[in-house]
Design a protein around this ligand. Structure first.
Ligand code: FES
Ligand code: FES
Length: 888
């Protein structure tokens, strides 16, 4: 141990620490400065823990406190506060550079050091300075803009007030800062791991290291005797069903007699500290008897394959889709292409690990059970609460959503909450379950791998005649939202186009791979990859330009999608026309840059993404406040998309009040209506519509009575609270034999163009620019809209070129190939705003759109540059090199 004197945010402190203690621990655990975050397992990979030490940006997870005698440490809390923010913090807020905000404090600290040394950095210098700071949400574009804006503020060229949107500009179509942005910029927004609870037990969880085995025995006797250990929890200790049922009752909180994937949880050790729990975990002896692993859908579909779940067949979803007669259309078509496309299992990669806190609130009245409160990252708190109550056998529970460091589909399901809740109930004590990155990767759902066999045909004039897609989805070990993914792929199968004859079949199959669930787009990004690459293949065969071929085949109002549903509006041709001059320029430039070893290519991808699933419903409540402000009660999670902005701006505009008089209550099952998941890009369309419905009722009551406050409204005999609803008119599943039937109420459309270079010797791809034209209806908040598109493009490129989750091998951000700011590229966004007849103020959702056309646009551009097709994602340099050498 050593006594160290150091100055933190201007205050001298004396601490006695061992050589192991790093600055991040001192700040977070001892000084309660939780602005600095931890994403990677202290490997120096994420930069979320960045603070300033003696004027240098350092990763506090790598900085031993014993080396900091007389050091001057500044954290994000020392830079500014929400009442008195630093100009850099203001710049990040005003540039829209904060989505989930988990990376933000680290980004801001690295920016401070850069601007201290160089008040007017170039984009290249910004990329160099922030190269160690990861962000999953923004695609880095707005972060670079924020740094430049901060420079302008600091140089005195412009003030934050000059940039800040004014109320007079209106409430809609204006980039008012997100309600939570300033707190995130100042490090005062609490994420789950930021909560400390006195006396809480910390957990370590034993997980399967093999994909499939019988649990023969568990011996935790030695672990229980280890220092600080309160005990262990196994499946036998859980009083409820022990099953986390989303759609199908198949996923245990803790495995009882069988493990089904690498990462399946077996047992939790609870101790006073996480280190003690981890040390005790080493002493647990588990005897696993390996079973044959079903490593692919094909393996799981053989006659001799073991059934993964006793009550459920391995083929857990099988849905044909038949429109017209593709069999008859194919032979009479002028051109047909046939290809097989594969997409990989992928990690959604939110920056924040999967933390959960569970604690008890005493029943003050007496007589009832105490209330178990779960704090976590759920995006569907009411539904998850029900799952947990049933799995854990405890009725009196409440779920509070903390600020969440991104999710991208991963939090559609319950993850670490089950184990934390089970331990809290078992020990009747508060519990913190704060796993690291490697364990978070093991425990979470993944993007499903698709294997698609495709035929696409057209007549001599280039009109599509038929499309066949027989696809297998690797479901992994548990179902989660399962067949919704294959179902969504079928609902959007024909993409932007009119295809008169379709023959498809989607099968989803249990395997011993990581369990699949929602992942930005969930199904359509995979299926659309096949269709959009096939479009380029067919255009080439027909000798047509891929741009004109797409435009020619646009669906038109009155025509039908693959489900047979007639569409009312389809503003896709307008988007194509908006893209045309960009495409013409890019094609010319690419042709002029293809003769050397580095070859330039241009690729297109399009997509029509459905919003508002058949049968979807949503609820939101509003209440007039004593001062005439409005409180909104809707469980609309906001892990970074900007849902808080949408609710606030819609309410302010509808009621004619200022933004600061809209009070959101969105994170607690104790006071919100169950509004459904923040998933499927549905929040603006579904919850926004429910909100408008509630506001209409409130406004009518106020107009009829002349009341302006809650007191006046109640005095007039009217309630102060109104519940609004949105229910989609289309209900029910697709026809089980034909796949025809109900579909989404609205669509968001996009046309995407990628310009890239391929080094034909190394196979390395460099994205130069991505241009996207999008129509999501009238825009509520332009910065939030473009932020979603930029993040989606960046994520789509990762999906196309780099990322793949291989269980047991991918354990951190380096092996995952997480995109850094150095991978970021130029983006240009063209926005069209065709009002949607049923959208709130005409709007629809946009969060997932750019995941859908990006991968095929990248692959089409690689083909354009090099002449080779990569039909098996990700298109790594090795695959490109191999394809080039095979092509000679
Ligand atoms: S926690 Fe320090 S770099 Fe990731
Ligand atoms: S805003 Fe950067 S990780 Fe979410």
């Amino acid at each position: 141990m050593k006594k160290i004197r150091l100055r933190v945010n201007g205050t001298w402190r004396e601490v006695i620490v061992d050589t192991e203690t790093v600055l991040l621990d001192l700040l977070r655990e001892d000084l309660r400065l939780t602005g600095a975050k931890q994403s990677c397992d202290r490997k120096g990979q994420c930069g979320a823990c960045t603070v300033i030490v003696n004027s240098e940006a350092v990763r506090s997870c790598l900085t031993p406190v014993v080396d900091l005698e007389d050091a001057d440490v500044i954290t994000v809390e020392g830079l500014g506060t929400p009442d008195n923010p630093h100009l850099i913090q203001e710049a990040f807020v005003l540039a829209g550079a904060i989505q989930c905000g988990f990376c933000t404090p680290g980004m801001i600290m690295a920016t401070q050091v850069l601007l201290d040394a160089n008040s007017e950095p170039t984009t290249g210098q910004i990329k160099q300075a922030l190269r160690r700071n990861l962000c999953r949400c923004t695609g880095y574009t707005k972060i670079i803009e924020a740094v430049k804006l901060a420079g302008r503020f600091l140089r005195g060229e412009i003030s934050p007030d000059a940039v800040r949107p004014k109320a007079a500009q209106g409430m809609l179509g204006v980039s008012h800062p997100r309600p939570s942005a300033l707190a995130k910029a100042c490090g005062t927004a609490y994420f789950t791991a930021d909560y400390q609870i006195k006396g809480a037990l910390e957990l370590a969880v034993l997980r399967s290291t093999v994909p499939h085995a019988r649990i023969v025995s568990i011996d935790a006797s030695q672990a229980k005797t280890m220092p600080g250990v309160a005990g262990v929890v196994t499946a036998a200790d859980i009083k409820g069903t022990n099953i986390l049922k989303y759609l199908v009752a198949d996923r245990p909180v803790l495995c009882k007699d069988r493990v089904r994937y690498i990462g399946d949880p077996i047992l939790a050790v609870a101790a006073d500290t996480r280190q003690q729990a981890e040390a005790a975990l080493e002493k647990v002896k588990v005897h696993l008897d390996p079973l044959p692993a079903l490593s692919s859908p094909e393996a799981a579909m053989t006659d001799t394959a073991l059934q993964l779940h006793a009550e459920l067949p391995n083929i857990c979803f099988d849905q044909p889709q038949i429109k017209g007669d593709a069999e008859a259309a194919l032979p009479s078509s002028a051109a047909v292409i046939e290809a097989r496309f594969k997409t990989q299992i992928n990690h959604q990669a939110p920056l924040e690990p999967e933390a959960t806190i569970a604690y008890w609130e005493t029943d003050e009245e007496g007589g009832g059970d105490d209330q178990l409160v779960i704090i976590g990252r759920s995006i569907n708190i009411h539904y998850h609460l029900g799952m947990l109550q049933s799995a854990l056998g405890w009725e009196n529970m409440r779920y509070i959503e903390a600020y969440s460091g991104g999710q991208f589909g991963i939090k559609v399901d319950v993850i670490s909450e089950g184990i934390a809740g089970a331990a809290a109930i078992h020990f009747k004590r508060p519990v913190r379950y704060i796993p690291g990155l490697a364990e978070s990767m093991l425990m979470t759902s993944k993007r499903h791998a698709f294997d698609m066999r495709v035929k696409l045909a057209a007549d001599r004039q280039g009109n599509l005649t038929a499309y066949c897609n027989d696809f297998l989805v690797d479901n992994g070990a548990y179902h989660s939202i399962g067949h919704v993914v294959a179902h969504r792929a079928l609902l959007m199968l024909s993409g932007s186009y009119h295809i008169p004859n379709i023959q498809a079949r989607g099968r989803q199959v249990y395997t011993n791979n990581p369990w699949g669930s929602a992942a930005r787009g969930a199904g359509p990004p995979q299926a659309n990859f096949a269709l959009e690459c096939a479009m380029d293949m067919l255009a080439e065969k027909l000798g047509m330009d891929p741009f004109e071929f797409r435009l020619r085949n646009s669906l038109k109002p009155g025509q039908t999608k693959s489900t047979g549903r007639v569409v009312q509006e389809w503003p896709f041709p307008e988007l194509m026309e908006a893209m045309r001059p960009h495409y013409q320029r890019a094609v010319k430039e690419a042709a002029a840059n293809r003769s050397g070893k580095v070859k330039r290519g241009v690729g297109l991808g399009t997509g029509a993404f459905g919003i508002g699933m058949p049968g979807d419903t949503s609820v939101a409540a509003v209440e007039i406040d004593p001062d005439g402000g409005v409180s909104v009660y809707a469980a609309a999670a906001d892990p970074g998309e900007g849902n808080d902005s949408m609710l606030t701006q819609l309410t302010a505009e509808f009621m004619g009040i200022s933004l600061d008089r809209v009070r959101l209550h969105t994170r607690d099952t104790g006071n919100t209506a169950a509004s459904g998941p923040a998933a499927g890009s549905r929040v603006t369309y579904m919850i926004g519509n429910a909100l408008i419905n509630a506001l209409e009722q409130l406004k009518t009551a106020m107009q009829e009575t002349g009341a302006k406050t809650s007191e006046e409204l109640e005095a007039a005999g009217r309630p102060k609270r109104y519940v609004g609803r949105k229910k989609n008119e289309d209900v029910g599943p697709l026809d089980p034999k034909t796949g025809q039937g109900p579909s989404f109420e609205s669509q968001v459309h996009a046309v995407q163009m990628v310009e890239l270079e391929v080094d034909s010797e190394s196979g390395k791809v460099t994205i130069l620019k991505m241009t996207t034209a999008v129509d999501a209806g009238p825009v509520i908040n332009p910065q939030n809209l473009t932020g979603q598109l930029e993040g989606g493009m960046d994520m789509g490129v990762g999906f196309a070129l780099r990322e793949e989750y291989i269980a047991g091998k991918i354990k951190d951000w380096v092996t995952f190939k997480f995109p850094t700011i150095r991978d970021s590229f130029d983006m240009e966004i063209i926005v069209k705003e065709t009002p949607r007849p049923k959208g709130p103020r005409g709007a629809t959702g946009v969060g997932e759109m750019c995941m859908v056309p990006t991968a095929p646009a990248v692959i089409n551009a690689i083909k354009n540059a090099t002449g080779v097709w990569i039909c098996d994602l990700p298109a790594t340099p090795e695959k490109i090199k191999a394809a080039l050498s095979a092509a000679g």
